[in-house]
Design a protein around this ligand. Structure first.
Ligand SMILES: Nc1nc2c(ncn2[C@@H]2O[C@H](COP(=O)(O)OP(=O)(O)O)[C@@H](O)[C@H]2O)c(=O)[nH]1
Ligand SMILES: [Mg+2]
Length: 361
């Protein structure tokens, strides 16, 4: 009797499990068809090209500034979680790791204390930070006109200076690619005549960009190469002329004299040459970049700064201090080695990416 009950029970269990297995197996194939196709297709087709482009750059900028955001700006929210004075001390310490000038740190802490009631969560704190940083950048940045607008009297001449390894040659290569890609006739002068490798590196960029290049024998006088370059650019009707220079240490007075001469000599070809003198700054240099920049500014009268290698640098925020103290605007910002990783510096994009505001909206 017991055996019969057990067998009966066993059959019932096997039948139930079998039915359930069969049912679940049968219903499986239907699901994937609906899930996969539709959303991907509509997104790709519907998005207008321009939106996709903008998104890509702000995304790259955001990724490029992630180190600075994680190590500095993003930590402020946690530090300011409490309302006592020690939280402001902690915030101050974090800001110093960003290599900001002491006065700027003091001003920001004061602003945070003054506006304490304006932020009660992370998103509102980020807004206050972004407003503060913008208020420091905007007065200098707003005086800046579109630097890569074609000059009425061709060519527009841009001289690029900076210490060794800052990213001068790469910046010229990227700008040449951008300008030539827009249909401009571009001539590049290889005035870093001290290193054959530097000239070869520039040649590779120019070949890729579709720009022409003036090169002289190794060790030739850089100012002579600069003169030849701009004179040829005038003669041949180039739209833009980009002049690369050597970069030893900014403390070497010989370099400053040589650069000043190079600039002067270009002015002999036509009045107003060069129209722009841009200093390329490696973001990792932090506060030290200010001393560099002051030296270059004194010798050459800078019209713009290019802030490179912001990717991977916790000090990417130091740009704010440099712009404010030097009163020279940033024209371009670089967050990587590819051509598209160098883009015009837009205050709103930069501060929002730096503090992570765009993510919390
Ligand atoms: N990660 C990163 N590397 C960069 C950036 N700009 C330039 N570089 C690299 O920095 C190095 C030095 O650049 P280079 O243009 O030769 O410097 P120069 O001595 O001032 O001419 C090269 O390896 C570049 O690829 C940037 O924005 N991000
Ligand atoms: Mg170089």
């Amino acid at each position: 009797m017991e055996i019969e009950i057990l067998i009966g029970f066993g059959i019932a269990v096997v039948t139930a499990v079998g039915a359930f297995w069969f049912k679940s197996k049968k219903s499986k194939p239907a699901a994937p068809d609906i899930k996969f196709e539709a959303p991907q297709k509509t997104e790709a087709v519907a998005a207008p090209q321009i939106v996709v482009e903008t998104k890509k750059w702000t995304q790259r900028l955001s990724e490029g500034l992630s180190r600075a955001r994680q190590d500095v700006w993003g930590k402020l929210a946690a530090a300011l979680g409490t309302t006592d004075d020690s939280s402001f001390e902690a915030a101050e310490e974090i800001l110093y790791t960003a290599d900001l000038p002491p006065q700027l740190v003091a001003d920001l802490i004061e602003e945070l204390k003054r506006r304490r009631s304006d932020f009660n969560d992370e998103a509102s704190l980020k807004k206050v930070l972004a407003e503060f940083l913008s208020s420091r950048l905007n007065p200098v940045q707003s005086i800046h006109r579109n630097p890569l607008q074609k000059s009425e009297n061709k060519p527009k001449v841009i001289m690029i200076v900076g210490v060794n390894g800052a990213g001068k040659t790469t910046t010229i290569g990227k700008l040449a690619a951008k300008l030539a890609g827009e249909g401009n006739k571009v001539l590049v002068g290889a005035c870093d005549t001290f290193r054959a490798a530097a000239v070869d590196q520039l040649q590779v960029w120019c070949d890729r960009a579709g720009a022409e290049m003036v090169r002289a024998k190794d060790g030739a006088d850089p100012s002579g190469v600069a003169y030849d370059t701009v004179a040829r650019a005038v003669k041949e009707g180039h739209d833009f002329c980009l002049v690369d220079t050597a970069g030893r240490l900014h403390t070497a007075s010989g370099l400053m004299d040589e650069l000043a001469k190079t600039k002067r000599v270009m002015g002999k070809v036509a009045e107003g040459f060069p129209h722009e003198v841009w200093l390329v700054i490696d973001a990792i240099t932090g506060q030290n970049a200010l001393k560099q920049a002051q030296e270059f500014h004194k010798a050459l009268g800078l019209t713009g700064l290019v802030f490179t290698k912001c990717d991977g640098s916790a000090k990417a925020g130091s740009a704010v201090g440099i712009v404010q103290q030097l009163q020279v605007p940033i024209t371009y910002i670089g967050v990587g080695e590819s051509v598209d990783d160098l883009q015009p510096f837009i205050v709103k994009e930069y501060v929002e990416a730096l503090v992570g505001l765009e993510k919390s909206l």
